[in-house]
Design a protein around this ligand. Structure first.
Ligand code: GLC
Length: 651
C-alpha cells in the first residue's frame, strides 16, 4: 500500500486485520486501497481532518473485507470483468414490498418463490422496499429505520436475507435495498442515546435549544409533507430541544457534518454489501447536507461524501453499486451521476424522475413539445452510469414541471401543473384517470397524485363501462399504459416495473382499511401482488390484463436484442414534425435507433423525409417491436395508429 498520508499504525492495524487471509487476497485489498485512497480523502474534504477520517474508514473496510464470503469475493471479480453489467439492454428491474410481493405470510423466503414470475419478465434486478427493522407503525413504509442490522421480524432474519440474496444471485438477479441515510427513527439506538442525554449521540443529530435557528433555516426550506408533518423541525421533550426532521416527526435527520455519522453509515454499507446486497438505493440523498439560507438540498458536500462512501465500498465490495434517489430538477440530478470532478465517482444509477413526469404529462396533454424541450436540455451523464427509468413507483407523482421549460413552449408552469393534478385526479372534463390527491399545499398550489399506473391510464373507468364504448375504451387504456412503459423500456438504463403494473393492477380499494396507512393514500398504489390476476393474465392473453402482461414481457425480450439500448449511449429527444408524436433517437455505433410514440388516440403520419433526416431510410428499416417493416403510405410517410410506438432500426 502506497498512499501518502497513511500512518504506520494504520498500516500495522490493517496487516493485523488481514493476517489470516491468503497472500493474493491481501494483495487485492492493497491494490484497491491504492486505487481508491485519493477519491476517499478528497471526498472527505467537508471534514476538518479528512485523512484521519479516511484512516478510520480504512480499518472498517479492511475488517469487512476480511469477513466477506468467498462467493461475494468471486462476484467482485466478475463485476470488475464486466463493469457494464447494469447498463446492458437485457437489464430489466422490478420493485416491490417484500410482504406484498411474496405469497401472504411467507416473508423473505417467500420472495424466493417468485423467482419464476421475475424470470418471465426478464428481471435481473429486484428492489425490495425497506425491510430493515423500522420503528413500530407509523414508520413511513419502513423509511424510519430503528436498526440497520436487523430484518423486520415479520419478514424473517438477516440469515433469511443472505439466503435470499444468494438465491437471487444464482438466478442472475441482483438484490437492491434501500439505505435510508438521511434519517433514522426516533427509536434507533443513536436517537435513544441522544434522548437519554448522551452528548456524543446528541451530536449525531441537528438539535437546537429553541426556535431561533430552526426559524432561520425554515425561511428557505421546502415542505415535504405539508399535510402530515408541516415544518422541518420537531420539538422533543426528552431532548429538551428542536430536532431536524425533514420528513415525518419521527424521522430524525442525521448530522452528516459529524464524521462519526459518516463512519457509522460507511460501516452499515459494508455490512449490507456483505449480506449480498448488490445495489443500495440512497434514499433522500439530496437532503444530507444543511446550509443556512439554502433549501438544504443538492449541496456540493452531498456529492463529496457520496464519492467517499463509494470509494470505501469499492475497496471492500466492488460489486456493490449506488443508486441515487434524488427527486430534483434536471440541472441538479445529473450531479448525482457525477459531473466535473465527480465524473463517474458517485452514484452509478439515478432515478429519471423528469422522464416519468413528462410521460404522464404527454399522455394527458397529447402534446410532446414540453417533454421534448425539458428532456432535450438534460446535460449528458457519464457513459459508465445509467438512469433508472420508471412509470410508477411506491411514491406519489409530484408535477416537477419547470416554469422556464413551460414558458419556452408557451405554457404557464403553474397552470400546467394544476391541469395535470386535475387530469389525473379525474376532475378535469374528459379525464378517465382515477388518481388521488396527495399532500395538497395551498401555499404553493402543489397537488401531488397517488394511484396505480393502470388507474391513472383510465383502465378502471373503462372496465366499468357497460355501453358500446366499453371495448374501445379498454383498448385505449391498455394501449396508453403500454405506450408509457414502451417509452420507459426504450430510453436506455434500467427500466423498473412497479409491482402490479405487469398485470395492470388497479388502485387498491381497501388501502385505507389498515389503520396505520389510512392517512397516506400512497398505499392505494402499493397493492399485494394478486395471484389470480397473474393467473388470468397468463391464461387469457386477449384480456386487458393479458395484453398488458404479454406486452411487458415482449418489451423485455425486444430490448435484450437491441445493442442500441446499452446505457453508455445517451438517449436524445428530437422535435417531431407533429406534437402528437414523441421522438427519441439513440445514436449507437451499430446505427441509429429512432423511437416514435403516438401519444394520442388518433392515427398520425410522420413524413418519410423527416425520418431520413434522422439517419434512417423508412423503406429500409424494421420496427424492432414487431420485427416487420413499418406501415408506409404511398407518399412514403409512416403511419402510426392510436397510441402506437415504433422502434426503427436497420435490419
Ligand atoms: C424517499 C422515499 C419516500 C419516503 C422518503 C423519506 O423519498 O421514496 O417514500 O417517504 O424518502 O424516507
Amino acid at each position: 500500500m502506497t498512499p501518502a498520508g497513511l500512518t504506520g499504525s494504520t498500516r500495522d492495524e490493517i496487516a493485523r486485520l488481514l493476517a489470516g487471509l491468503p497472500a493474493h487476497r491481501r494483495t487485492t485489498f492493497e491494490l484497491r486501497v491504492d486505487r481508491w485512497w485519493d477519491d476517499l480523502v478528497e471526498g472527505l474534504a467537508p471534514y476538518p481532518e479528512p485523512t484521519a477520517v479516511a484512516e478510520r474508514v480504512l480499518l472498517l473496510a479492511a475488517a469487512a473485507y476480511r469477513d466477506r464470503d468467498d462467493d461475494l469475493h468471486l462476484l467482485d471479480e466478475r463485476r470488475m470483468l464486466e463493469p457494464d453489467w447494469f447498463q446492458r439492454p437485457e437489464m430489466v428491474g422490478y420493485a416491490a414490498y417484500a410482504e406484498r410481493f411474496a405469497p401472504e405470510g411467507t416473508g423473505l423466503p417467500g420472495v424466493g418463490e417468485r423467482v419464476e414470475h421475475l424470470r418471465q419478465l426478464g428481471v435481473g434486478y429486484l428492489h425490495l422496499m425497506p425491510l430493515l427493522r423500522p420503528r413500530p407503525a407509523p414508520n413511513d413504509g419502513g423509511y424510519a429505520v430503528a436498526d440497520y442490522r436487523q430484518v423486520r421480524a415479520d419478514l424473517g432474519t438477516m440469515e433469511d436475507l443472505r439466503a435470499l440474496a444468494s438465491r437471487l444471485r444464482a438466478e442472475g438477479i441482483s438484490l437492491c435495498l434501500d439505505l435510508v441515510l438521511n434519517h433514522v427513527a426516533r427509536e434507533h439506538a443513536w436517537a435513544a442515546a441522544a434522548r437519554a442525554g448522551d452528548e456524543r449521540y446528541r451530536r449525531y443529530f441537528h438539535v437546537y435549544p429553541d426556535r431561533t435557528v430552526p426559524d432561520a433555516y425554515e425561511r428557505t426550506l421546502p415542505e415535504v409533507f405539508p399535510d402530515f408533518a408541516p415544518g422541518s423541525f420537531t420539538r422533543d421533550d426528552e431532548l429538551d430541544g428542536w430536532v431536524w426532521t425533514t420528513f415525518n416527526t419521527y424521522q430524525w435527520d442525521l448530522a452528516w457534518d459529524n464524521p462519526d455519522v459518516f463512519c457509522e453509515l460507511a460501516d452499515v454499507i459494508l455490512f449490507l454489501a456483505n449480506q449480498g446486497v448488490e445495489v443500495l438505493r440512497l434514499d433522500a440523498i439530496a437532503f444530507l447536507w444543511k446550509r443556512m439560507g439554502t433549501p438544504c438540498q443538492n449541496e456540493p458536500e452531498v456529492h463529496q461524501l457520496t464519492q467517499a462512501l463509494r470509494a470505501v465500498a469499492r475497496m471492500t465490495a466492488p460489486a456493490l453499486i449506488f443508486k441515487a434517489e434524488a427527486i430534483v430538477g434536471p440541472n441538479e440530478v445529473v450531479h448525482y451521476l457525477g459531473q466535473g470532478r465527480h465524473h463517474g465517482k458517485v452514484s452509478d444509477l439515478a432515478y429519471h424522475n423528469s422522464l416519468m413526469v413528462q410521460v404522464w404529462s404527454m399522455l394527458a396533454s397529447r402534446d410532446s413539445r414540453l417533454a421534448t424541450h425539458a428532456l432535450g436540455r438534460f446535460p449528458a451523464v457519464p457513459t459508465t452510469t445509467a438512469w433508472i427509468t420508471y412509470l410508477r413507483c411506491h411514491d406519489d407523482i409530484g408535477w416537477a414541471i419547470d416554469d422556464d421549460d413551460a414558458r419556452a413552449v408557451m405554457l404557464d408552469g403553474w397552470g400546467h401543473r394544476g391541469f395535470l393534478s386535475r387530469w389525473y385526479s379525474g376532475e378535469f372534463e374528459g379525464s378517465t384517470a382515477e388518481g388521488l390527491v396527495f399532500q395538497h399545499n395551498p401555499a404553493t398550489g402543489d397537488m401531488r397524485i397517488s394511484g396505480s399506473a393502470a388507474s391513472l391510464a383510465g383502465l378502471g373507468t373503462a372496465l366499468r363501462r357497460t355501453d358500446e364504448g366499453a371495448v374501445p375504451a379498454v383498448d385505449e387504456a391498455v394501449a396508453r399504459l403500454l405506450l408509457g412503459y414502451t417509452v420507459v423500456f426504450g430510453w436506455g438504463g434500467i427500466p423498473v416495473v412497479w409491482s402490479g403494473d405487469e398485470v395492470a393492477a388497479l388502485n387498491d380499494e381497501s388501502w385505507a382499511a389498515t389503520p396505520e396507512h389510512a392517512a397516506d393514500n400512497r398505499w392505494a398504489h402499493r397493492p399485494r401482488l394478486d395471484d389470480e390476476l397473474v393467473a388470468a393474465a397468463r391464461r387469457d392473453p386477449e384480456s386487458a390484463v393479458g395484453r398488458v402482461y404479454a406486452g411487458m414481457r415482449h418489451l423485455a425480450l425486444t430490448r435484450a436484442s437491441l445493442p442500441h439500448l446499452h446505457a453508455s449511449v445517451q438517449a436524445a429527444v428530437v422535435a417531431s414534425p407533429d406534437p402528437g408524436i414523441f421522438a427519441v433517437v439513440r445514436r449507437h455505433p451499430v446505427g441509429p435507433m429512432l423511437m416514435l410514440y403516438n401519444i394520442t388516440e388518433t392515427g398520425r403520419e410522420v413524413p418519410g423525409w423527416w425520418i431520413r433526416e434522422q439517419g434512417l431510410n423508412p423503406a429500409q428499416v424494421i420496427d424492432a417491436l414487431n420485427g416487420y417493416p413499418p406501415h408506409l403510405a404511398a407518399d412514403g410517410s409512416l403511419y402510426l395508429s392510436t397510441y402506437q410506438p415504433v422502434w426503427l432500426v436497420r435490419p
